[in-house]
Each structure stands twice: as structure tokens, then as C-alpha cells.
Design a binder for this molecule. Structure first.
Ligand code: ZN
Ligand code: ZN
Length: 132
């Protein structure tokens, strides 16, 4: 087996993480690129994209892959749940603890050894709900 390549926090990665930690909006790669470009004007979208992948592989950020939407990134890496507005697409963190015992119960039900879970809710945010 090839030894894992050593992970370095480069200047670019540092800026990406720093910008991501400033927002709670779960930006897409394009949005992260626009934020980062203000500080690193010569950076390319491809570089930002690649660094987002590497940072998520190393557990420094969370990659959110949601049904039918663009991939989004999150600097909060602790297990937490999300709710997505089906109208405007915004993604918000849920202020609640992960459901206690859910992994054990799922494991019992399917025979898998459960190592983690993600939960995403969808609905209308207060802003979009009021318009109906
Ligand atoms: Zn909305
Ligand atoms: Zn989040």
C-alpha cells in the first residue's frame, strides 16, 4: 500500500478554511471561489475546487452532497443536521443534538456496523413560506 501523502496546510488552504469559517451559508465551490479570490486574486476555480476536496478528505471541512443540488461545503465538522429550503435552496444548520441511539437502532435493524450518519430535512424556510 502506498503511504498516505502528507497533508500540508498551504496558504491557499488556510484562506479557504478561514473564509468558510466566516459564513454559515454552506457555500458551493463557486461561492467559495468568489470569497477566496478577494484575498488571492490569482487563484483559479480548479485550484479552489481541488483544495476543497483535499480539505474534506482530511476532515477539515464537511462536503454536503444533497439530492439534486450543487455540492456545498461546511466548516463545521461535528455531526450536525441540515434543513434545506426547496424554494430558495438555502441550507441551514439545525440547532439540535444528533438523535440519541439512532445508529444503534439502525444497526440492529439492518445488521450493518453503522459508523456515522447524515440527516437532511427539507421544507420551506420562513422567508419563502410567508410568500405562499
Ligand atoms: Zn427559502
Ligand atoms: Zn452545516
Amino acid at each position: 500500500m502506498k503511504p498516505a501523502r502528507k497533508f500540508r496546510v498551504t496558504k491557499q488552504r488556510e484562506v479557504i478554511l478561514d473564509e468558510l469559517r466566516k459564513v454559515v451559508s454552506h457555500p458551493t465551490a463557486d461561492e467559495v471561489y468568489r470569497m477566496v479570490r478577494k484575498r488571492l486574486p490569482r487563484v483559479s476555480l480548479g485550484t479552489v475546487y481541488r483544495n476543497l476536496e483535499i480539505l474534506s478528505q482530511n476532515g477539515l471541512l464537511l462536503k454536503l452532497e444533497m439530492a439534486g443540488t450543487q455540492r456545498r461545503y461546511d466548516a463545521t465538522t461535528a455531526n450536525h443536521y441540515h434543513v434545506r429550503c426547496t424554494s430558495c435552496g438555502r441550507v441551514v444548520d439545525l440547532r439540535m443534538d444528533p438523535l440519541p441511539g439512532v445508529e444503534r437502532r439502525i444497526g440492529d435493524a439492518c445488521g450493518f456496523t453503522i459508523t456515522g450518519h447524515r440527516l437532511e430535512f427539507e421544507g420551506l424556510c420562513p422567508r419563502c413560506g410567508r410568500r405562499n
